[in-house]
Write a protein that binds this ligand. Structure first.
Ligand SMILES: [Zn+2]
Length: 181
């Protein structure tokens, strides 16, 4: 998967050599978490590896889902229950201030991961699927492509209503100011 990387500000190609200046402080958005990435594996070939089946001490060799960034070191270090083997990729996190206890706090919303649990007792989880954490520990899980399309469609409709409300809000505020003046 191609990743778009912003052009560096001081590209050696188009900026003449300048005397070194102290680096300006960069603004940090505290609401943006550091991306959680266990390996830079998104562009690598899926890993093939072996673990010991804890039920019968026999080795099982499997190939990860494409893009899996799970750290399987622990799975390889000791015998595991096959159903505990879990491949995963992580999407980008976004945070919003949400009031749950009387004061707004930053919560991660709409967190998406793609998972594959090759020995899951739920057969549908043995294929790559998507899980969405709507907000802190509230999940829509086991989404196949149709299920994910349904969620996207529902959220998209609600986003359209928010956009309409945004336009209306601008008009209503302008009208309010005219009368209040
Ligand atoms: Zn994996």
């Amino acid at each position: 998967m191609a990743k778009s990387v912003p052009n560096p500000v001081n590209s050696a190609d188009d900026v003449p050599a300048l005397p070194k200046l102290p680096k300006p402080l960069q603004s940090v958005d505290v609401d943006q978490p550091i991306p959680f990435k266990l390996t830079p594996a998104a562009e690598q070939l899926p890993r093939t590896w072996t673990f010991i089946n804890r039920y019968n001490d026999q080795p099982i060799t499997l190939t990860c889902m494409v893009g899996c960034t799970a750290n399987h070191d622990r799975d390889m270090e000791r015998a595991q229950y096959p159903e505990d083997i879990w491949c995963q990729t992580n999407g980008k996190d976004v945070m919003l201030p949400i009031n749950v206890t009387g004061t707004s706090e930053s919560y991660r919303v709409l967190r998406m991961t793609m998972n594959c649990i090759p020995f899951s007792s739920k057969m549908s989880e043995r294929l790559p699927h998507v899980t969405i954490e709507m907000i802190d520990d509230h999940w829509i899980d086991g989404l196949d492509p149709d299920g994910l399309a349904t969620v996207i469609s529902t959220l998209s409709s609600q986003l359209d209503r928010l956009r309409e409300a945004h336009a209306t809000l601008i008009d209503v505020r302008a009208e309010y100011r005219r009368h209040a003046a």
